[in-house]
Design a protein around this ligand. Structure first.
Ligand SMILES: [Cu+2]
Length: 204
């Protein structure tokens, strides 16, 4: 071996480890197996963060052709929408509500994870509902405990806001009606003049 080259040494080493035995009992030369990056996976396919500044850690794994994780692979992370979430070294940081796709790139391999930022804002202390002809708009209202809902008549026909219990409005064709909700729960109401004209108030 006059051409003593590091690659040659590597190949000999691999062959020594992987040498097989043929059915006839003799050893057969085995092709050295060179690990080639073949696939990349991310530890989570989707992440939901519930407030700006919240973080989540993602791990990207590069696998060779036999599915064995390979170490020391360079992975570059990018976010499709840095106004929603940024990513650095697999650490995702929420910025604002929305969704973004995070990509892990290694060579020609890439994998994606969906990031959703959904920060829950507290329900409002006041809400308005318009009483149109035969429909409450919106029909579903959410307010904070102790909050007030005001209904404003806008249609040309007489309607009412009637709850199963507690304060209800008169049947009227103009003006407003307000009710303050001091108990948590979901409260449905209807206009008793028009069947199917219904709404609900959810108190958190
Ligand atoms: Cu009505």
């Amino acid at each position: 071996m006059k051409d003593f080259h590091p690659i040659a040494v590597l190949l000999i080493g691999l062959t020594a480890c992987g040498g097989g035995t043929s059915p006839s009992g003799g050893t057969t030369p085995t092709q050295p197996v060179i690990s080639v990056p073949t696939s990349i996976t991310i530890s989570l396919s989707s992440v939901t963060l519930t407030s700006p500044g919240a973080v989540a850690s993602l791990t990207a794994t590069v696998n060779d052709q036999s599915g064995t994780p390979m170490s020391n692979q360079t992975v570059t992370w990018t976010s499709s929408n840095e106004g929603v979430a940024t990513v650095s070294g697999g650490t995702v940081t929420a910025v604002a509500n929305g969704s973004a796709t995070v990509t892990a790139l290694s060579g020609s391999l890439s994998a994606q994870a969906l990031v959703k930022v959904e920060s829950s804002s507290p329900p409002p202390s006041a809400a308005n509902v318009t009483v149109n002809d035969n429909v409450f708009t919106p029909s579903a209202t959410t307010i904070a405990l102790g909050g007030q809902v005001t209904w404003t008549w806008s249609g040309s026909q007489p309607h009412n806001v009637t709850f199963q219990s507690g304060e209800s409005s008169a049947t009227q064709s103009s003006g407003t009606f307000s009710r303050t909700f001091t108990a948590a729960g979901s409260f449905s109401y209807q206009c008793t003049v028009h069947s199917g004209m219904q709404g609900s108030v959810s108190v958190d």
